[in-house]
Design a protein around this ligand. Structure first.
Ligand SMILES: [Zn+2]
Length: 347
C-alpha cells in the first residue's frame, strides 16, 4: 500500500492509501518521486471524468509528468544506478508490438500511459517503472525542470513532424502550456521567429518573455492577416495549431504559406470544419501529433545545453499533502499560470 492522490470520481480527489506496485521486476527501477507537474489532462479527468474514449470508471491515481531519484534497481538493469536523478516517460508500449517495431510506439494500441484510465499515475512517493523509459537528468537540470520534459516532448514531436528548415517562420495558435512549449521547440528546431496567437494578453505576455516569440492578440488583430503582413504576403512556413478551437483551425489554414505545413497539435473536443479546398489550393502538407516517441533524450539535451530554459514557466509549487489545493489552483486556470507542480519532499 502507498499514499497517493486518488481521483475517486469526477470532482472528488482524496489523499489516501492505495495498492500500488513497490517492487521492481526485471528491467525495472523503483523511483522516489520528487516533482510532479499537473497537466491539462489531469485537470480534465478531475473536472469531467473523461477525455474522449478514456473514462474514469474506478479510482485512479493522477499525475504523469514526473522526476525523481532511483532508489532500487530490479534484476538485469544496466545504465541506471541507485541515486541517479531521473525523469520518466509515462507511456509504456508493448515492446513486441508492430508500432514499437516501427519506432512509433506512441501509437501502440496497447500502450499503458500513467493517469489515463485505467492506469494509475505517479502522484505517490514511489513508482516502479521500466528502466528503458527512465532518463538520467544532467546536473544542471533541476527536478522541477525534469518534470517539464514530458510536455516539452510534445512540442519537440510537433517540431519534428513539421520538418522545420533553418530560418522558417512559424505561427503557433494558442498560448497555453503546449503552445508555448511548441514555440520553444520550433525555435530550437531552427525557426527564425515564431508568432503566437491567443485571446488573452496575460498568456501572450508569458510567451513573449522569450526572445523571437512574437504575440498576436486575436481579439484585436486578424492573425492570418498579420502573418501575411510580416512575411511579404507569403504566410507562415509552418503553423502549429495548439488551441483545438474551430476558429484557430481556420486561422491555421489561412495563415500557412503555399507549400507550407500545418501541424495539428491541439485536440478539439468536438469535430471542427476544415476547409480542404483552401489547403489543397496551397498544396500544403498536414501532420498530426499524438504524444511523442523518442523525444525524451532530445528534450533533456536541449535543456541541459541551455538552449531551452523552462524555469520561467514553472508558476507555483505545492507540497504533496497540499495536492488537492494544487489541483484546485490548476482548475482556476489563472492566465499567468503555465505549470503548477507538486513536490513530494516538501510539507
Ligand atoms: Zn502532460
Amino acid at each position: 500500500m502507498a499514499r497517493a492522490l486518488v481521483l475517486e470520481e469526477t470532482r472528488r480527489l482524496s489523499l489516501r492509501e492505495i495498492d500500488l506496485p513497490q517492487v521492481p521486476g526485471p528491467g525495472e527501477v523503483r523511483i522516489a518521486i520528487d516533482t510532479v507537474g499537473i497537466c491539462g489532462s489531469d485537470v480534465h479527468y478531475y473536472t469531467h471524468g473523461k477525455i474522449g474514449p478514456f473514462v474514469v470508471e474506478a479510482p485512479m491515481v493522477l499525475g504523469h509528468e514526473a522526476s525523481g531519484v532511483v532508489v532500487e534497481c530490479g534484476p538485469g538493469v544496466t545504465g541506471l544506478s541507485v541515486g541517479d536523478r531521473v525523469c520518466m516517460e509515462p507511456g509504456i508500449p508493448d515492446g513486441s508490438s508492430r508500432a514499437s517495431k516501427l519506432g512509433v510506439y506512441n501509437v501502440d494500441p496497447a500502450v499503458r500511459f500513467w493517469a489515463t484510465p485505467p492506469i494509475h499515475g505517479c502522484l505517490t512517493p514511489h513508482v516502479v517503472h521500466p528502466a528503458a523509459f527512465t532518463y538520467r537528468l544532467p546536473d544542471n537540470v533541476s527536478f522541477a525542470e525534469g518534470a517539464m520534459v514530458e510536455p516539452l516532448a510534445i512540442g519537440l514531436q510537433a517540431a519534428t513532424r513539421a520538418r522545420i528548415k533553418p530560418g522558417d517562420v512559424a505561427l503557433v495558435t494558442g498560448a497555453g502550456p503546449i503552445g508555448i512549449l511548441t514555440a520553444l521547440a520550433a525555435l530550437a528546431g531552427g525557426c527564425a521567429r515564431v508568432y503566437i496567437s491567443d485571446l488573452v494578453d496575460a498568456k501572450l505576455g508569458v510567451a513573449a518573455q522569450y526572445g523571437n516569440i512574437i504575440p498576436i492578440n486575436v481579439t484585436r488583430e486578424d492573425a492570418a492577416a498579420s502573418i501575411r503582413a510580416e512575411t511579404g504576403g507569403w504566410g507562415a512556413d509552418v503553423v502549429f495549431e495548439c488551441a483545438g478551437a474551430a476558429a484557430s483551425v481556420e486561422t491555421a489554414l489561412e495563415a500557412v504559406a503555399p507549400a507550407g505545413c500545418v501541424v495539428w497539435v491541439g485536440m478539439p473536443v468536438d469535430p471542427v470544419p476544415v476547409d480542404l479546398v483552401l489547403a489543397q489550393s496551397k498544396e500544403i502538407r498536414m501532420e498530426t501529433v499524438f504524444r511523442y516517441a523518442n523525444m525524451y533524450d532530445r528534450a533533456i539535451a536541449l535543456m541541459g545545453s541551455g538552449k531551452i530554459d523552462l524555469k520561467p514557466l514553472i508558476s507555483d509549487s505545492f507540497g504533496f499533502e497540499d495536492s488537492i489545493t494544487a489541483f484546485d489552483r490548476a482548475v482556476e486556470a489563472r492566465p499567468t499560470d503555465v505549470k503548477i507542480q507538486i513536490t513530494m519532499g516538501r510539507t
